[in-house]
Design a protein around this ligand. Structure first.
Ligand code: COA
Length: 366
């Protein structure tokens, strides 16, 4: 068995499939290209939930139900926000989610979908000394997230964020989804399962990479020489954030989906779009330099651009600070976690692998 379990199939799922050789992501029978930029996040959440909740309403009603859940979550967490604000933004979100009821029903699921979208802007605003903005139950999910962050949301930025949430909504049995399924296999409630996913997502090898991507881009810009900067990092044994994947041996299809969104934002006829266009051009230069440096440094391994590289550019463009990027990732991925938790509860057994003991043995007493 490989260290890291990459040769182990630990679940049957109808939710998503990651083809690491062909570079395809399938979500419930749809390719990522069919969904990203075409389906709204609420529709994709409903697609993932289909069959796992008895009382699932139609598309329009479902989107309204998510809106109402945002309002309910805001009312529940409001008295706590001042205590959560001094924590780092991810820990604050996680602590706010931990107080949600721990049931298995659709209402529990909707609160968990709503919670990262509500907590992240509220905590960011408090951190800036501003008053949190209450959700608007009638707004679309991504647009409302941006409105709660900045007071207003342009339709173009809301659509970009919506495409991002769709792009990251589910991705096979990644570390956070596996952690979620392990907890769900004990028949614990959805909040407990999602908290496990949140813990796993936080690490820089999983969902914590896009913040460091921005730091890398800024450092390379300041250095003026991408290849030299990247080569020095590799020489010091550092990893280049936004590159490499456990499953993909080719380009991560989500990187291209997000790059297309950033490109669209950059081509609008506004001053901010010009800035975005040149940021994208610079990032593309860095990407090419990184791929070349990695090809030379690790010739035995195909290390390609992953989802986090263009996530960083997209989330920066829609107005999130880099310290909140993992929160926004969680706001998208929570849909997949919930569906996997329900699937595990419905079809799986308690997950209880074995370990091989390699420590000292006690002396046997005669
Ligand atoms: N930069 C430099 N080297 C990398 C690398 C990267 N981004 N990704 C993999 N490698 C190298 C490792 O150093 C290792 O080299 P070695 O064999 O000489 O020791 C080799 O590739 C295999 O690494 P391993 O950690 O076993 O591969 P993995 O399949 O588990 O890697 C990641 C997957 C995501 C953990 C890894 O690519 C990584 O750390 N990427 C950077 C963080 C990131 O972008 N995370 C977001 C993932 S979506």
């Amino acid at each position: 068995m490989a260290n890291g379990l990459d040769d182990v199939v630990a679940a049957d799922t109808v939710l998503s499939d990651v083809d690491g050789v062909g570079g395809h992501l399938t979500i419930r029978g749809h390719s990522l290209a069919e969904l990203a930029g075409r389906w709204r996040y609420a529709q994709v959440v409903r697609l993932l939930f289909d069959g796992f909740f008895d009382d699932l309403p139609g598309d329009a009603e479902f989107e309204n139900a998510i809106g109402k859940a945002r309002v309910e979550v805001f009312d529940r967490v409001k008295p706590l926000l001042a205590q959560l604000a001094p924590l780092d933004i991810y820990s604050g979100m996680r602590a706010g989610m931990a107080i949600l009821p721990d049931g298995d029903g659709l209402a529990d699921a909707l609160r968990l979908i709503a919670a990262p979208a509500v907590l992240t802007p509220a905590l960011l605003r408090l951190g800036r000394g501003e008053t949190p903005i209450a959700p608007d139950a009638k707004a679309d999910h991504a647009g409302d997230m941006l409105r709660m962050l900045a007071g207003a949301a342009s339709p173009a930025l809301a659509k970009a964020l919506d495409s991002y949430l769709v792009t990251v909504c589910d991705h096979g049995l990644n570390a956070s989804t596996f952690a979620t399924r392990v907890v769900a296999s004990t028949q614990a409630g959805l909040t407990s399962a999602i908290l496990a996913g949140l813990g796993a997502l936080k690490g820089p090898l999983h969902g914590g990479a896009p913040g460091p991507v921005i730091e890398m881009l800024d450092a390379i810009e300041a250095s003026g020489d991408a290849t030299a900067w990247l080569s020095a990092e590799i020489a010091h044994g550092e990893r280049i954030m936004g590159f490499g994947h456990r499953i993909y041996r080719v380009r991560d299809p989500r990187a291209d989906a997000l790059k297309a969104v950033v490109r669209q934002l950059g081509s609008r006829n506004e001053a901010s779009s010009k800035e975005m266009g040149s940021r994208l051009a610079f990032a593309e230069t860095v990407e090419q330099a990184a791929l070349e440096v990695l090809r030379i440094a690790k010739p035995q391994r195909s290390i390609q651009t992953n989802v986090e590289f263009y996530t960083a550019l997209l989330l920066e463009a829609v107005g999130f600070p880099k310290e909140a990027f993992s929160n926004v990732f969680a706001a998208g991925r929570v849909a997949g976690w919930i569906a996997h938790a329900r699937e595990q509860q419905a079809t799986g057994r308690l997950i209880r692998p074995q370990s091989r003991y390699v420590g000292p043995v006690p002396d046997l007493v005669a």
